[in-house]
Design a protein around this ligand. Structure first.
Ligand code: ATP
Ligand code: MG
Length: 559
């Protein structure tokens, strides 16, 4: 993972200072704490690269911790997918934990707070509690239950745990300050009664800790030194610190950074789940999804995502990153790695009238001009070929240098051909074209120095393998589907043309045994990979990305 050399940013500055002061005895210990309520997306990749990257760079450790304190939404499917995605990205955790592993410990910490007079059982209902809370401009009011005796609080909390009370009738609250300028510090709820089956602890508990209580203590129990999270938790930091201070336990430092926002997509598990559940897309791993499983299926490499994360850096200001930045990282990586192949997506038949009937030749073709170790292959050539329909115009507009009547072009790795006739059906559509070839131009060059302005890709009809190719566009038409104009209705910005299926494309025969996940560059067309739906009876490809550079530029560089 050479691309992940130490990136310095404001977080590494903090760590460097801590190390210089020998804080935490010189240890660096981070964690990535996903809630298992959906699949990971590219935003999570930023957090993964940051947390695991810091552990690697400082020879420290990083845990994977499932923040599973909210039982109604968590599923084992999500846990599995998260493990798989972190590993796929190229990271190994030191230990894997679940916040639910700590339920008993957390309960004991809550008892300690009650014993210290720092927490109380409150019987206000939700509406009343909201009322008492005040606003940003108005102080809150103290709950009438705030001054319950310690003994009574202990008794009630234990009875909450043993299931004596209905859901929602009582909560445990921290006793802090109802006039605190930070609303999170106005006696926040620490525990609620909720009879809900939990995927790991099953029915053992009917009280569950709130995120703010569970998170800081999970960090503390694991000996985390730097608890890195996104900016929206900045206002929770005083509570994070308060709980750990009151309990006098190991105290990690919470540090906030700006979350990743990517153009033309949404990065929120809730919204992505809505897209899955409404059937707008085919699933969490739909190749249009910004999930790691979607990007993987689309043909993204872990290296390209890690490079992207290191390129965008880490800061304290929220911004919207152009999705092009991500695509460019992918192109850079695939340009080095992807085997070149010829494929015709929108076929037009070409008959070479002077090519001997039934003759077939094997022509040498290069697998990757960027990497000679990837070797060569042969491509069969015959007198009946497919070219891209778009590469022919009966009446070429200005600057159209590809094939048209009377014009000569090069067929990649093969010969010069010239169009001599255009065959149409009754409705005037072109069904095939006739060409002649120059046998002296085999390999793609003319001995008399004749030049052509275009090189086209092609496949031999009788040798071709048929495939379905799926083309994707951005999932949303607007760069920010969540902008104010859309009034929160991000779905109104869905791109109705984000998927186009081409049922009958033709590929070189070397594709015959292509396996799911394999990545290719279809010459002149872009990067493609074999989809997981692909099988022996039907080859299916995803277009990963189009080529940014035009063919002309590539050709120029080679000549
Ligand atoms: P979502 O809104 O997508 O559900 P979340 O913050 O609720 O995201 P968690 O499972 O709690 O998801 O996230 C795990 C970690 O990943 C957290 O530390 C969170 O801050 C971080 N994270 C989530 N989304 C992003 C993002 N867009 N950019 C950077 N980090 C993110
Ligand atoms: Mg969260």
């Amino acid at each position: 993972m050479s691309e992940l050399k130490k990136n310095s940013n404001f977080i590494t500055d903090i760590i460097d200072k801590d190390l210089a002061a020998n804080k935490n005895d010189g240890r660096v210990y981070t964690r990535f704490p996903p809630e298992p309520n959906g699949y990971l997306h590219i935003g999570h990749a930023k957090s993964i690269c940051l947390n695991f990257g810091i552990a690697r760079d400082y020879k420290g450790l990083c845990n994977l911790r499932f923040d599973d304190t909210n039982p109604s939404k968590e599923e084992i499917e999500y846990v599995k997918s998260i493990e798989e995605d972190v590993e796929w990205l190229g990271f190994n955790w030191n230990e894997m934990f679940f916040a639910s592993d700590y339920f008993q410990k957390l309960y004991e910490y809550a008892i300690q707070l009650i014993e210290k007079g720092k927490a109380y059982v409150c019987d206000l209902n939700l509406d009343e509690m909201k009322d008492y809370r005040g606003t940003l401009t108005e102080a809150g009011k103290e709950s009438p239950y705030r001054n319950r005796l310690i003994e009574e609080n202990l008794d009630l909390f234990k009875r909450m745990k043993s299931g004596e009370f209905e859901d929602g009738v009582r909560v445990l609250r921290a006793k802090i300050d109802m006039e605190h300028p930070n609303l999170n510090m106005r006696d926040p709820v620490l525990y609620r009664i909720k009879r809900e089956y939990h995927h790991r602890t099953k029915d053992a508990w009917c009280i569950y800790p709130m995120y703010d209580f569970a998170h800081c203590l999970s960090d503390s129990i694991e000996g985390i030194t730097h608890s890195i999270c996104t900016l929206e938790f900045e206002n929770n930091r005083p509570l994070y610190d308060w709980i750990l201070n009151e309990l006098g336990v190991h105290h990690p430092q919470q540090i906030e950074f700006a979350r990743l926002n990517l153009s033309h997509t949404v990065l929120s598990k809730r919204r992505l789940r809505e897209l899955v559940e409404s059937g707008t897309i085919s699933g969490w791993d739909d190749p249009r999804m910004p999930t790691l499983s979607g990007l993987r299926r689309r043909g993204y490499t872990p290296e390209s995502i890690r490079n992207f994360c290191s390129q965008i850096g880490v800061s304290k200001t929220n911004s919207l990153i152009e999705i092009n930045v991500l695509e460019n990282c992918l192109r850079q990586d695939l340009n080095k790695k992807a085997i070149r192949r010829m494929a015709v997506l929108d076929p037009l038949k070409v008959v070479i009238t002077n090519y001997p009937q039934d003759k077939t030749e094997s022509l040498d073709a290069i697998n990757n001009p960027e990497d000679s170790s990837m070797g060569q292959r042969t491509v069969p050539f015959s007198g009946v070929l497919y070219i891209e329909r778009d590469d022919f115009r009966e009446q070429p507009p200005k600057k159209f240098y590809r094939l048209s009547p009377g014009v000569e072009v090069r067929l990649r790795y093969a010969y010069f051909i010239k169009c001599v006739d255009v065959i149409k059906n009754d409705s005037g559509e072109i069904v095939e074209i006739y060409c002649t070839y120059d046998p002296k131009t085999r390999g793609g060059d003319s001995p008399d120095g004749r030049k052509v302005k275009a090189t086209l890709h092609w496949v031999s009809v009788s040798h071709a393998v048929e495939a379905e190719v799926r083309l994707f566009e951005h999932l949303f038409i607007k760069p920010d589907p969540d902008d104010i104009e859309s009034g929160g209705d991000y779905k109104s910005n869905l791109n109705q043309n984000s998927l186009k299926i081409l049922k009958s494309c033709f590929l070189e025969p070397s594709f015959e045994n292509a396996k799911a996940g394999e990545k290719y560059q279809f010459e002149r067309l872009g990067y493609f990979c074999v989809d997981t739906d692909s099988g022996e009876e039907k080859l299916i490809f995803n277009r990963t990305a189009i080529l940014r550079d035009s063919w002309a530029k590539i050709e120029k560089a080679k000549k």
